[in-house]
Design a protein around this ligand. Structure first.
Ligand code: IMP
Length: 415
């Protein structure tokens, strides 16, 4: 199980890609096209949206019931991969996954506009409204696409309500039933061969002692229940979410690898204690290429936050860490690391605040570690090794992998 230990964009794609080589099945269990994995393989850059990274290794790939799927985006991704010679016949999409419909995207965009300064900074892919309809039991599921009669019925029920909202609340154009039904029936034809009972498929793979890799999307602090609410995504991003999102028991997960950048980034709004002040932030952004895969937005950059990372270790039961993009820190002579938060009442804590006001108003307490100021290779220079050791000591978790560059092979395994 691989999970993002920060606010997403930790470089999970690369670690999953690496471990997928040895897996038989690679599964996504949450989120949708708001996630974006960038993988550089053999000089080609792949930007994956719905697909598990195992697709590039020809592995069996599962998109579980906890995911939401945007059919035109999914089809475009299939076409792109197939056009580049990557076979897609081993992709399996859960019939229980929910479908992102055009009104979800309109409502996501319009809702953010209405929130103004209080906006969440979503990826505007319709994620929140789709999960909201799922919880309201108004959603359209992948299996509904398979039967034109059921699809039409569901669209009719949904549009009766959504069109009122679109017109009266959001001032948007209503959607037309016939046009929509025809369009989604066409998508259904393309999706049909991929639709499967993915819970059963994964269970059988595990029973057959095949190796299954679960790839979490987004990151721990974007989890709907335990993240920095309301500046979160609308799914379960934690390791525990894999069990419900795929439809297997939690006892089936053996190891949880947390992926964290050697610093921190965040896209969208919300508190960020270790956000870098001054021009060093832009420097870090450029060095790390910190621009969103999905939206192209600038990512906010900060120094490594051990308080938040400790929280991630707790929430996910992380058994080892992969520390990515350590090479980006090679440019800095001194590297601050946030070791505690100073709370508004003057006390200091190593634990993530349970109350949002404390988190919103805390100040980072830094310790400055010496930089190494040289490019990283397989043998880490002593100061880089000390940086990694410090993370291990603070969190009481081994760092098993260190990322030293964008290419597939730029990963150092530590013993
Ligand atoms: P949504 O998932 O589009 O609803 O966006 C909610 C919040 O999660 C926003 O702050 C997004 O920027 C953030 N977010 C969602 N997915 C990702 C991701 O994969 N990486 C980083 N941030 C994300």
């Amino acid at each position: 199980m691989i999970v993002g230990a920060q606010w997403g964009d930790e470089g999970k794609g690369k670690i999953v890609d690496l471990l997928a080589q040895r897996a038989d099945v690679v599964c996504r269990y949450n989120g949708g096209p708001n996630a974006g994995h960038t993988i550089v393989a053999d000089g080609e850059t792949y930007k994956l949206r719905h697909m598990p990274s195992g697709i590039l290794w020809g592995k069996e790939c599962v998109i579980g019931a906890g995911c939401v799927v945007d059919p035109p985006v999914f089809v475009e991704e299939l076409d792109d991969l197939e056009g580049r010679g990557i076979p897609t016949t081993r992709v399996h999409l859960s019939s229980n996954a929910h479908v992102i419909m055009p009104w979800h995207v309109v409502i996501d965009r319009a809702g953010e506009r209405r929130l103004g300064k209080l906006r969440i900074g979503t990826t505007k892919r319709g994620i929140g409204p789709t999960y909201a309809d799922k919880a309201l039991r108004l959603g359209i599921r992948v299996q509904d696409l398979l039967d034109p009669k059921i699809l039409r019925q569901k669209l009719e029920v949904a549009l009766a309500e959504k069109n009122v909202w679109l017109e009266a609340v959001y001032g948007a154009a209503p959607l037309e039933l016939e046009e929509l039904a025809a369009r989604y029936e066409q998508h259904a034809q393309r999706l049909r061969p991929f639709i499967a009972d993915t819970s059963l498929l994964v269970d059988r793979a595990l029973r057959d002692r095949r190796s299954v890799l679960f790839e979490g999307a987004h990151g721990t602090l974007l989890d709907l229940d335990h993240g920095t609410y309301p500046f979160v995504t609308s799914s379960s991003t934690l390791a525990g979410g894999a069990a419900s999102g795929i439809g297997i028991g939690p006892t089936r997960i053996d190891d949880v690898i947390g992926v964290a950048k050697a610093y921190v980034t965040r896209v969208g709004e919300g508190p960020f204690p270790s956000e870098i002040e001054g021009p060093a932030q832009q420097r870090m952004r450029e060095l790390g290429g910190e621009f969103g895969t999905v939206t192209g937005r600038d990512r906010r950059c900060g120094w490594l936050d051990l308080v938040a990372l400790r929280y991630a270790v707790r929430l996910n039961g992380i058994t080892s860490l992969a520390l990515t993009k350590l090479d980006v820190l090679s440019a800095f002579a001194e590297i601050p690391v946030c070791v505690r938060y100073l709370l508004p009442d003057g006390s200091e804590t190593e634990e993530f605040p349970a109350h949002q006001s404390d988190f919103h108003h805390c100040r980072p307490v830094y310790e400055t570690l010496p930089g190494w100021e040289e490019p990283l290779d397989d043998e880490l220079p002593p100061a880089a090794r000390a940086y990694v050791d410090r993370v291990e000591r603070e969190l009481d978790v081994a760092v098993s992998l260190v990322g030293t560059g964008a290419e597939r092979e730029r990963v150092v395994a530590l013993s």
